[in-house]
Design a protein around this ligand. Structure first.
Ligand code: SAH
Length: 448
């Protein structure tokens, strides 16, 4: 038992799946932000959740060979990144080992993992920035990031992983809110107007969307505010108001109104153009997504007469890109809006051999009488389920490409398939530099 607010001394032996340093003292486990493998530190114990203690570094004695001076000044308080103080080489080593360990520990498979597909420049990559708006202690309006596990806003000056064009826009928005007396929303008092600002930038077109998440529709002073914002930031091509008046941690509400421009932006992936609206799911790293999709399609070795299932398809991106290499593609997606966006994306790209289904992937594959030659599956963090995996096995699908953002559920599902399938390749792709998130692609071929 450790006392809260006490200081303990320990050595970090491992990193957790959230990227925190793991220190063991007798039977107690401590997770510590910003502490890396081999480092030795005095740690202040801050709180305990279930059996784990959470602490922060008080004094560092021994430093990791991968520790660097971070570019970001707020990385130790902001909840966004875990690895700003770790060299990119160190981040890549962590991601490789996490995938390796997941397969060993969960799937009991000692498999070869290919080199992580890295970014050339791992900064300023995100195409979607979303920040809460509030006050600092002097009552100035600020934007920033929530401190981890709190709703305290840490003001951001430069965010080193967002697109650089967003900085000026965030600054102009808070400046204009002060000028036009448009108040940030106060979660405790449940009053005020602007809750969050979301900015989506197109990588391939000069298009930027600003989404003002507000507490009330048509807030007072809106017109003047918008007109001045467009004048000061002419890069903005569309502004959408999203109304969220609920008491909730979910950022976006259901209702939307376009205040300026088309209400959406476009971007391209692997030569196809996609429409992105305020609430669409869209891959956030425009450079790495092309490498991810290319690797996935290479692994499947598609032939012109094949029928492909794109399961958990989002707005249809991978399936549409694969469609040139297949006879037919069926894309299955549970979310209605994403499914509808998929249909529009096919039409806008003049693609007619992709069919969209709005259903649960497991229910669909069990109902369908189509015999699929290949399957791409890209489920959410919790992974797939036995109903879906059994259907793959029973239908003797020849080739599978499994894309996952969670190495642990991936290892569990691949282990389930591995009696019938040979693993042909495992490649981690770094979609989220400076954070502990890992994306992995696995190729599986049916055993003879
Ligand atoms: N392949 C896409 C999206 C992957 S995100 C891309 O690369 O952009 C995972 C998607 O799975 C989300 O769009 C989510 O809505 C969808 N999803 C979640 N559970 C599902 C289920 N049971 N059946 C089908 N789709 C599901």
């Amino acid at each position: 038992m450790l006392k809260i607010n006490s200081i303990v001394h320990g050595v970090c032996k491992d990193l957790s799946s959230e990227g925190k340093g793991v220190v063991k003292i007798n039977d107690d486990v401590i997770f510590c932000n910003g502490l890396f493998i081999d480092e030795e530190a005095d740690i202040l114990i801050e709180y305990q959740r279930s059996k784990v203690y959470y602490g922060k570094i008080k004094k560092l004695y021994k430093l990791s060979k991968y520790r660097i001076q971070p570019k970001c000044k707020i990385c130790t308080s902001c909840g966004g990144c875990q690895f700003q103080q770790l060299s990119y080489e160190g981040q890549i080593e962590y991601k490789y080992n996490r995938v390796k360990q997941a397969f060993k520990r969960i799937a009991h498979l000692d498999v070869k993992i290919d080199d992580v597909i890295k970014m050339d420049d791992p900064y300023f990559y995100r195409n979607k920035a979303q920040m809460p708006i509030g006050y600092d202690k002097y009552k100035n309006i600020i934007y920033g990031m929530f401190k981890e596990k709190t709703h305290q806003i840490i003001p951001v000056d430069v965010c080193y992983i967002e697109n650089q064009k967003t900085e000026k826009i965030f600054k102009t928005i808070t400046y204009l809110m002060e000028k036009h007396h448009i108040l940030p929303y106060d979660e405790d008092k449940k009053e005020g107007i602007i809750r969050h600002v979301l900015i989506r930038t197109s990588y391939h077109f000069n298009e930027i969307m600003v989404v003002l998440v507000s507490n009330v529709l048509n807030f007072k002073g809106q017109r003047n505010f918008i007109n001045e914002l467009i004048k000061l930031c002419p890069d903005i091509t569309t502004i959408v108001e999203n109304i969220n008046s609920r008491t909730t941690n979910v950022i976006l509400g259901e209702k939307e109104k376009t205040l300026y421009g088309k209400g959406y932006i476009k971007d391209t992936i692997c030569g196809l153009t996609f429409k992105i609206s305020a609430s669409s799911f869209f891959q956030i790293n425009p450079i790495q997504v092309e490498k991810l999709y290319k690797k996935a399609l290479d692994l499947l070795e598609l032939s012109p007469n094949c029928t492909l299932l794109d399961a958990y398809s989002g707005v249809g991106t991978i399936g549409l890109i694969a469609s040139k290499k297949c006879q037919n593609v069926i894309s299955v997606e549970l979310n209605k809006n994403a499914y509808l966006d998929g249909i529009k994306n096919a039409k806008n790209n003049n693609i007619s051999n992709v069919y969209f289904v709005n259903d649960d992937a497991s229910d669909y594959i069990n109902k369908s009488d189509i015999s699929f030659d290949a399957v791409i599956m890209d489920p959410p963090r919790k992974g797939s389920d036995e109903k879906f995996l059994n259907a793959l096995i029973n239908n003797k699908v020849k080739k599978i490409c499994y894309i996952s953002c969670n190495p642990e559920t991936l290892a569990r599902d691949v282990s389930y398939l591995s009696k019938y399938y040979k693993i042909t390749n495992i490649t981690p792709v770094d979609m989220f530099p400076m954070t502990s998130h890992v994306e992995t692609i696995v190729g599986l071929f049916l055993k003879k």
